[in-house]
Design a protein around this ligand. Structure first.
Ligand code: NAP
Length: 491
């Protein structure tokens, strides 16, 4: 058995069902070992997935390497056409893909649908960008020379993705790599391999040549990661996940000076100044904090509110949080699904108990919900301070701590006082303040009067220990291209 009825009752398309069953079928790497994928809302078994090891990763790298020259040798238009096919197929099967995503990861079906649309948007963007890879000519310092720069694909890319956005992270990495002419070996997260499998099944129908896209499922990421980082046929590692694992992969890549793109953890500040539109700030904070149950790298981890509007913001925000419905992502009107696992529950409990011990007050929520899955009440706490663990660490759950501040310079210093630098948000109306704060925040992305900023058209990524490189936009394509300088003499 590979797919259980708990999963298949959500699938309407026979084409996708057959494709996914084939992906996970007995031929997949000739595997006898399998690992189980469960629905975190119900604990139901969804599928048994081939558990691949370093030898399978090695074989996948060989396939990708064998396909590299042919894929890079196609015209940009030909690569673009295949990406467009994949984009169309993903949209055609978006309801099924969203259902798989909700089943294996738990997020509300509405959020899963928008994630699939977002994944498709990356494919569309890079199907277009594939046609816009430009070199340059340089004025030579002598008349007998001509100097120019061409751009070429880096080569085989090893991609590793997390469970929190299992469809859009795959598309965000793979589509620029493919557009640039690179072949790919992907290892998706252990908890969420199914939507990646379904997307790869559709990629086969889209017409990618054999070996261009390769999937390695594994319950133990470290052995696969080591093979990807140390195999010299892999020219680049693109990783999204925790800073801790990022550090390890960087060390493993260092012997071969391998190219890397890393999207790592965050500790986003969300600042509400006293000249802000408070209702808009409450809306933005709800989005930035509770989307995906707070399990996003750009989730507002520390909410700073200026003293004059603190009470008003705290009251309006808490009222909205109390209205958020928690439950199985397939139920109507659910805003918050389960956390990914027991460890995630323990971390949020630890952050709350540490804060309460040091003087914080729970305004709403604060406990597990006794359903079959891993549910936690959306929680607001006030009277928090920087000595608490939640100020230093990414909670990755539905916990909103409200800090109080008086002074602009002070709050900017506090906001920047972290090893992370992924996303920051602030609400204000005074233009001078808006520019000053936007420029002073040491983050790769700053949302100004908005709680949501991710887009295929914009460069997503962090500074400091939140990562290296950017995904999305024209800059995302550059990360998969090498620059080659050509100098013609004797002219
Ligand atoms: P994680 O533990 O770092 O895992 C991410 C991926 O790395 C998974 O596929 C995992 O595989 C794999 N992995 C784990 N240990 C590995 C190793 N030793 N060698 C190679 N691969 C390894 O992170 P997570 O808990 O799944 O994801 C949450 C983290 O990702 C948060 O910190 C979040 O902020 C970050 N994130 C960042 C972004 C961004 O764009 N900056 C986006 C989303 C998430 P297994 O599942 O098999 O362990």
């Amino acid at each position: 058995m590979t797919l259980t009825t708990a999963l298949t009752r959500h699938l309407k398309s026979p084409e996708l069902f057959r494709g996914l069953a084939d992906e996970l079928g007995p031929w997949a790497g000739g595997q006898r070992q399998r690992f189980s994928v469960f629905n975190p809302s119900t604990g139901e078994l969804l599928a048994e997935v081939p558990d691949m090891g370093p030898a399978d990763a090695h074989a996948a790298i060989e396939r990708a390497h064998a396909a590299q020259e042919t894929w890079a040798g196609l015209t940009a238009r030909a690569r673009s056409d295949i990406l467009w096919n994949w984009h169309r197929l993903i949209l055609e099967h978006s309801d099924d893909l969203a259902a798989i995503l909700t089943a294996e990861m738990g997020k509300p079906l509405g959020e899963a649908k928008s994630e699939v649309q977002h994944a498709a948007a990356y494919l569309q963007w890079y199907a277009e960008e594939a046609n816009r890879i430009y070199g340059e000519t340089i004025s030579a310092p002598s008349t007998d020379r001509r100097m120019l720069v061409i751009k070429q694909p880096i080569g085989v890319v090893g991609a590793i993705t997390p469970w929190n956005f299992p469809a859009s992270m795959v598309a965000r990495k793979i589509s620029p790599a493919l557009a640039a002419g690179c072949t790919v070996v992907l290892k998706p997260a252990e908890q969420t391999p199914l939507v990646a499998g379904a997307m790869f099944a559709l990629a086969k129908l889209a017409g990618f040549p054999e070996g261009v896209l390769n999937l390695v499922y594994a319950s133990e990421g470290d052995a696969i990661g080591r093979e990807l980082c140390t195999n010299s046929k892999v020219r680049k590692i693109s990783f999204t996940g925790s800073t801790e694992v990022g550090r390890l992969l960087m060390r493993q890549c260092s012997d071969q000076i391998k190219r890397i793109s890393f999207e790592l953890g965050g500790n986003a500040p969300f600042i509400v100044f006293d000249d802000a539109d408070i209702d808009a700030a409450v809306d933005g904070a709800i989005q930035a904090k509770f989307r995906n149950a707070g399990q996003t790298c750009v989730s507002a981890n520390r909410i700073y509110v200026q003293s004059r509007v603190y009470a008003e913001f705290a009251e309006k925000f808490t009222e909205r949080v109390r209205m958020l419905k928690v439950g199985d992502g397939f139920e109507p009107d659910v805003a918050i699904g389960p956390l990914i696992n027991q460890e995630a529950l323990r971390k949020i409990e630890l952050h709350i108990s540490d804060a309460v011990q040091k003087g914080a007050r729970v305004r709403s929520g604060g406990r597990r919900i006794k359903l079959s899955g891993t549910f936690f009440e959306p929680t607001v706490i006030t009277d928090v301070s920087r000595t608490m663990r939640l100020a230093e660490e990414e909670t990755f759950g539905p916990l909103a701590p409200l800090f109080r501040f008086d002074d602009t310079d002070h709050v900017v210093r506090e906001a920047n006082d972290t090893i992370y630098g992924l996303a920051a948000y602030f609400y204000a109306s005074n233009l001078k303040r808006v520019w000053r704060v936007a420029e002073a925040l040491e983050y790769g992305m700053v949302g100004i009067n908005t709680g949501r900023m991710s887009s295929e058209a914009a460069p997503f990524g962090g500074v400091k220990q939140s990562g290296i490189g950017r995904e999305g936009s024209r800059h995302g394509l550059e990360d998969y291209l090498e620059m080659k300088y050509l100098c013609m003499g004797g002219l």
